[in-house]
Design a protein around this ligand. Structure first.
Ligand code: IMP
Length: 429
């Protein structure tokens, strides 16, 4: 029996959706445990592109998909996503989708505050996705959030919305000179959404622990990436939840002894959307070429992703924080055609070479990457299905990642399609 956590090791957009989709074949339940519709998972099945933002990617495999207590949910987005996925011919019913009754709701004022704050910050903005994620987690921590369990109780919901608006409307007016929100229209809109989503709402911790007792296999699908973690990431240029593996347990109500492995998803190069330090960023033609070939645009906001070389300081930081037991390397095909490739093996800081990730943003910004150069390959590797059939230089690149991280590579993705994958070891079989 295996219960695996999938985690992004960089700044998100590592291609987790595809790996989850692939491994979900052998799992019984796929669980989201943090984040919200700031995530965007792009999957390609039978040449059809499907992007999900909140429903776990396992839905494509017909698995039971869980939106855990640690997720923040915009019910409007979720209801629309259910319709969208159904329109792609994929079945969704209450056996296939379960939402934690403890998950917090993203309310219209969260989105409005997120956007107004970013707008007001000008140059100093974080570059959030503008989906209300941060303000929703703030209310959760301040113990004034509204949860699914409240949505199902019309009187409780009405009282909570009215109470929240007393404060939020004053804040919107005073700080941002923004329009205020009307309680009645929110209550009416959310009442309709409550009717639509109620069948899926349950205590998902109870459900998951029963599934474990029945020897079912769980796959935990992380969103964003380790370096966007609220505590361990490049604070304050981070998201508002814990994105590291430890939160899979907290955000789903499952004990840590159930976990049997943690797979870190590593894009063969590095990307980042939004602002914040990025030591190996390439502000040159190579960066542009990778961005173009890798179609590096955010799945949620459509923003152009910043691109750079693979950074082993970042990967090793992730290995430590998540207790990684295996790696999945994605988008290796994108690096084809480059004469040589650089791998960052350390940073130069104040005349010293360091192998760790400084906590101080100032220090991190002062770090200069130390590179090791490896020869590239010309061949199109998207047709390769076995490690031995890869060009020697591609094999060398992968072997070097294994050597520098001391973690085995279990999966290599050579294209967006499910079949464009080399599986060296599957933790589920
Ligand atoms: P928020 O999560 O919308 O508050 O945005 C905070 C930071 O996290 C910004 O830099 C976003 O671009 C980034 N971010 C949030 N979700 C994702 C994601 O799924 N992929 C990559 N970056 C993300």
């Amino acid at each position: 029996m295996a219960n695996i956590i999938i985690i992004g090791t960089q700044w998100g957009d590592e291609g987790k959706g595809k790996v989850v989709d692939l491994l979900a074949e052998h799992a019984d339940c796929v669980v989201r445990f943090q984040g919200g519709n700031n995530a965007g998972h792009t999957m390609v099945v039978d040449g059809k592109q499907i992007i999900s933002h909140i429903i776990p990617s396992g839905i494509l495999q017909g698995k039971t998909c869980i939106i855990g207590n640690g997720v923040v949910v915009d019910p409007l987005v979720l209801a629309e996503e259910i319709d969208y996925i159904r329109s792609m011919g994929i079945e969704i019913n209450e056996d296939k989708l379960k939402i934690s009754d403890k998950a917090h709701l993203i309310m219209p004022y969260h989105t409005k505050i997120d956007l107004a704050r970013e707008e007001s910050k000008g140059e100093n903005k974080i570059g959030t996705t503008g989906r209300g994620i941060g303000p929703c987690y703030e209310d959760k921590a301040a113990r004034r959030g509204i949860r699914f369990i409240d949505l199902l109780d019309p009187q409780e919901f009405e009282e909570k919305v009215k109470k929240a608006l007393e404060e939020k409307n004053r804040y919107l007016e005073a700080f941002f000179s923004a329009d205020t929100l009307d309680a009645e229209s929110i209550i009416n809109q959310y009442r309709e959404l409550a009717d639509k989503l109620a069948p899926y709402v349950t205590d998902t911790s109870v459900f998951l622990n029963q599934a474990l007792k029945n020897n079912q296999q769980l796959l935990f699908e992380g969103a964003q990436g380790t370096h966007l973690d609220i505590e361990h990431g490049t604070y304050p240029f981070v998201t508002s939840s814990n994105t590291v593996a430890g939160n899979a347990c907290c955000g789903s109500g499952v004990g840590p002894q159930a976990i049997t492995g943690v797979i870190g998803i590593v894009k063969a190069y590095t990307t980042r959307v939004g602002r914040g330090p990025f030591p190996t960023e390439l502000l040159d033609d190579i960066g542009d070429a990778i961005q173009e070939k890798g179609a590096e645009f955010g799945a949620t906001t459509g923003r152009r992703r910043r691109c750079g070389w693979l950074d082993m300081v970042v990967l090793n930081n992730s290995a430590r924080l998540n207790g990684l037991t295996g790696l999945a390397i994605t988008k290796l095909d994108v690096l084809g055609g480059l004469d040589s490739l650089e791998i960052c093996t350390g940073y130069e800081l104040d005349g010293n070479t360091i192998q760790y990730f400084p906590s101080s943003l100032k220090k991190l910004e002062a770090c200069r990457p130390v590179y090791e150069t490896l020869p590239g390959w010309e061949e199109d590797i998207s047709v390769v299905r076995a490690f031995d059939d890869l060009p020697q230089n591609a094999k060398n690149y992968l072997k070097r990642i294994e050597e520098l991280s001391e973690i085995p590579i279990k999966i290599v993705s050579v294209g967006p399609g499910r079949e464009e994958t080399i599986v060296l070891e599957n933790d589920f079989v």
